[in-house]
Design a protein around this ligand. Structure first.
Ligand SMILES: [Zn+2]
Length: 317
């Protein structure tokens, strides 16, 4: 009797010791290690077996970064589009096709933005394809939140409420053991987005001018969220060179709405924007819907949106 109790007591002590070790390990691991690129270092890997890595390929950097924020060290994310390229005109390389075929998940926007991804993605037999536009449209009950415009990621509230949870769900279904960790990372990323949205709401509310001319139609959702209005874009649709007649029209619109800044983009040729700016005695500022690793000040999703808000401020305040 006595012996049995001692054994029970000892095994109980051991269980407590093991739990303590596990707890300590869980608490220290997130701070100690940065990912290979360092930017996922605040995200936890608690409870994840270290041997499992989910390989994800994303067409554009903002999606890649959002996935990284949620997946932490359990995911390895590759961006297909190189900084400085436009998704509307991009042609993927042979190496990229191989990277996609080896990936567990390929995420792309769809809606005409990066549909070259479909061909790439179907090359890999085990690769799960996730098209953001289609997935969100399926969830949509009112149909009011989305238009045909595919540049959905530029609105941080849409990212917080729809895109980030969608990506979290995709990671969870590929790797159910990571679910708790992904959920926790999602929550802290959403808090960051809340802060960003609050900051942007205050910033944009103070703009004296609300109307702008963009180079292409990338800012629809941002404008809608923050009470701004895109009067027109230099490219009537992405990839279309403006005609002389349209340039003339844009100059008239700029005059009519007292617009003195044309918001162009680093990924697109900006000669037309400069021509208009010259005509109206204004200037060109560069918005950037894509950012990327190695692009200073735009190396995470949150940094990228903040950068663009600052450009809008310079143009409209
Ligand atoms: Zn675009």
């Amino acid at each position: 009797m006595m012996r049995r109790r001692t054994v029970a007591f000892l095994s109980c002590l051991m269980t407590i010791a093991i739990i303590l070790i596990m707890l300590t390990a869980g608490c220290t691991s997130p701070t100690g290690q940065g990912g290979p690129e360092g930017d996922a270092k605040n995200r936890t890997t608690e409870g994840l077996p270290s041997e499992r890595t989910v390989k994800v390929v994303a067409t554009i950097f903002p999606l890649a970064d959002i996935i990284k924020q949620i997946g932490g060290e359990a995911v390895e994310v590759t961006t297909l589009l190189a900084p400085g390229s436009s998704p509307h005109t991009y042609e993927p390389t042979v190496e990229q096709a191989r990277a996609v075929s080896e990936a567990d998940l390929m995420v792309f926007v769809g809606g005409g933005l990066d549909n070259w991804a479909v061909k790439l993605g179907t090359a890999g037999e085990k690769t799960v394809l996730l098209e953001i536009m289609t997935s969100l449209a399926k969830e949509e009950d009112s149909g009011a939140a989305f238009t045909d415009n595919p540049h959905i990621w530029v609105d941080p509230v849409l990212v917080k409420e729809r895109i980030a949870p969608l990506l979290c769900g995709a990671l969870k279904s590929l790797y159910p053991d990571g679910a708790a960790s992904f959920e926790e990372n999602l929550k802290s990323f959403q808090q960051e987005l809340d802060t960003l949205h609050k900051e942007l709401s205050e910033l944009t509310a103070a703009f004296s001018q609300k109307r702008f001319i963009s180079f292409h139609s990338a800012w629809h959702y941002f404008a809608r969220r923050y009470g701004l209005q895109e009067v027109a874009s230099v490219e009537e649709f992405p990839g279309k060179e403006p005609s002389a007649k349209w340039l003339e029209e844009l100059v008239k619109l700029a005059d009519l709405h007292n617009i003195r800044v044309i918001l162009a983009e680093p990924q697109l040729g900006n000669r037309a924007a400069e021509v208009i700016a010259d005509e109206i005695g204004g200037k060109v500022l560069l918005l950037d819907p894509l950012g990327g690793e190695g692009v200073p000040g735009r190396e995470s999703y949150v940094e990228l949106i903040r950068y663009n808000a600052e450009i809008f401020r310079q143009a409209l305040q």
